[in-house]
Ligand binder design. Structure first.
Ligand SMILES: Nc1ncnc2c1ncn2[C@@H]1O[C@H](COP(=O)(O)OP(=O)(O)OP(=O)(O)O)[C@@H](O)[C@H]1O
Ligand SMILES: [Mg+2]
Length: 309
């Protein structure tokens, strides 16, 4: 890694880490990606957006922060900066999601915008989101609003299926946000709800159809999606075949969604993860010699290369 990356002292770069399925390693990737960025000299705020199931603080070796995002949403705290809690790593602060507050998992659009605006005003270079599992509206919107969306998947069928499900949900959420034509909206709904085997158009073909009906709209959609390049991370890799699965996901996403995904990195299965979670210490600090640390360095280098696309 190098230290020469351009700093973003005005508007922070937002990286969102998601993945359809629970337990695939989102928090592990979030914690260690944030640590890598902080060690490179960037100012980083890591945000636990697994609203309702926040546990990122454990991956970073800090007790549950006293003030959480729910205090901000419920107006107990006016200034989002008050939520920034120091971690053992210089340059890295955490904002915790709520563990218990009912309702925060179902933020209203206005509250979502308030959180995003508040975060963008922070004096940091990078904001890293740890998103919850699943495809709730909030999770999709936080992913779509990030500068870089990172998807974590395991090389196993259920996780791969969930990755496509997540991509499909993100694709349609983003597409619908670009359109206010009821006829086109109807077409989208039909494709979105169609079963794969039904012979209905793929999302990529749908955009072709929209272009035929309204070329200007088609152009606008293509431009928006051109900059939408989710970064894939395959976690818990045990064999070379597992890495191939990552390449297949990229190929299928191009064919089916016409999305330019990128296999940004692979992370080996490594018992030191379990050990570091058990010790409540960040992996990167606890086992600096492990192969996973090398995997993370490569991953962060790739992400830094791709962030500007
Ligand atoms: N590369 C790895 N090698 C070994 N074990 C791993 C690896 N990645 C994750 N794990 C194990 O999987 C568990 C789940 O990881 P993590 O909590 O990061 O997933 P998550 O996607 O954030 O889960 P949730 O959806 O519950 O928030 C970890 O506690 C760890 O034991
Ligand atoms: Mg998690």
């Amino acid at each position: 890694m190098n230290n020469n990356d351009e700093k973003h002292s005005n508007t922070p770069q937002i990286w969102a880490i998601g993945g359809g399925k629970g337990g695939v390693g989102k928090s592990l990737v979030t914690a260690n990606t944030s640590i890598c960025l902080a060690l490179l000299g960037h100012k980083v705020a890591v945000i636990d957006l697994d609203l309702g199931g926040a546990n990122l603080h454990t991956c970073l070796g800090v007790p549950i922060p006293e003030k959480t995002l729910s205090d901000f949403v419920t107006k107990q705290v006016d200034d989002i900066r008050e939520l920034l809690t120091p971690t053992p790593i210089d340059n890295l602060k955490i904002i915790s999601g709520a563990q218990d507050a009912l309702g925060i998992a179902n933020l209203q659009k206005a509250q979502q915008i308030e959180i995003l605006e508040g975060l963008k005003s922070l004096d940091v270079d990078y904001i890293v989101f740890d998103l919850g599992a699943g495809t709730t509206i909030n999770t999709l919107d936080f992913f779509i609003n990030a500068n870089l969306g990172i998807l974590v998947a395991l090389p196993e069928p259920t996780s791969i299926e969930n990755t496509y499900r997540f991509l499909k949900s993100v694709f349609f959420r983003k597409l619908k946000s670009l359109i206010d034509n009821p006829l086109v909206d109807e077409l989208i709904n039909e494709t979105m709800n169609a079963k794969l085997a039904s012979g209905s158009p793929s999302p990529a073909q749908l955009i072709d159809q929209i272009s035929e009906q309204d070329s200007e709209l088609g152009e606008k959609i293509r431009n928006e999606f051109k900059n939408f390049t989710p970064q894939l991370v395959i976690n818990q890799v045990r064999t070379p075949h597992d890495i191939e699965i990552g390449n297949s996901i990229v190929t299928v996403s191009k064919r089916y969604f016409d999305l330019d995904m990128n296999l940004a990195g692979t992370l080996d299965f490594d018992a030191s993860v379990w050990q570091s979670v058990k010790n409540r210490k960040p992996l990167l600090m606890e086992f600096p010699q492990s192969r996973l640390v090398y995997n993370f360095e490569k991953l962060i280098n790739n992400l830094l290369k791709n962030k500007g696309q």
